[in-house]
Ligand binder design. Sequence first.
Ligand code: GLY
Length: 385
Amino acid sequence: MSRTRTSDVLVIGGGIIGLVTAWRAAQRGFATAVVDPEPGGGAAQVAAGMLAAVTELHYGEQTLLGLNLASARRYPDFAAELTELTGHDLGYRRCGTLAVALDADDRAHLRELHALQRQSGLDSEWLSGRECRRLEPMLAPGVRGGLRVDGDHQIDPRRLACALVAACERAGVVFHRVWAERLSVVRERAAGIVTADGGALGAGQVVLAGGSLSGRLDGVPEDVLPPVRPVKGQVLRLTVPKRYAPFLSRTVRAVVRGSQVYLVPRESGELVVGATSEELGWDTTVTVGGVYELLRDAHELVPGITELPLTETRAGLRPGSPDNAPLLGPTELDGLLLATGHYRNGVLLTPVTGDVLAHALTTGELPDEVRPFTPKRFARTEQPV
Ligand code: GLY
């Protein structure tokens, strides 16, 4: 018979959100464990790592903007702390972003985004096509204008994941390399999990941080199960040979025929091109159509990419939520907290998520400014008959 091993906090999911939660919980003195067959895996292995609070602003998402900016402000200290602790270089680059327009429709769209950014008190500067090309000479001659946002930076999510695993290990977090199969509920309180190998892990508090899988854990009461769905993103990795450097000096992005495309240049020479956005359930196939569209759109922006080696193609699943914002903190089930639904902003929201969950685990409450992100906003109320 398997024995129950107990921790104060058990985090289900060892992606960057689960890891940062575990790290911060352990720093607060909680005996903490993470359950995941492959800690440091998940969407961070695919994501480009843009920290794009300003260029990814959307109408109707001003509340989310506040959280995104709060996390962006934490990034310099967060990255420095992780690097100092683990010795890992996170590829954190304060390189800025240039969002460009290729035709009149794109330009109208960018003008609207610029107006929204200004209404929201954000820094961005409108540039002519010529000014864009002066900044980034590899841009296509047809670029008609763009927005320069020096405050949108980048980090390498693979390095971030690796550093977070190391930070957790140093803080004494225990890793159970197995799938979580079912939540155990005892006397109407989350009490741990049963693992896929039949083991039992007990915990004072359980944090469900399973990314796009968070809505599928058996044993979670129906009205508490997070409404999270997978949104597929295909991403390519190219390599810029040293003789072409500097190819791009900052992230370049655009909406081409209604689809987002971005090129994120790393100091290592990697150039990440993303991303499709597809509602196809659990499918993670890399398709000819996906690769074709990304390369076609990226080529329209930066024709010189045809010279570069294509080194990797991969698809991942974003954890989408009904309002595109994360679900953070205590649920209606005592002892169960959520850290999921980060959708397009998982990498950006990593620092603030760690701090918020540590606060919630310690006090049972969300900080005031994070209350809009309570999972309870999706609680299903009884309809009158
Ligand atoms: N935030 C970039 C993406 O989700 O594709």
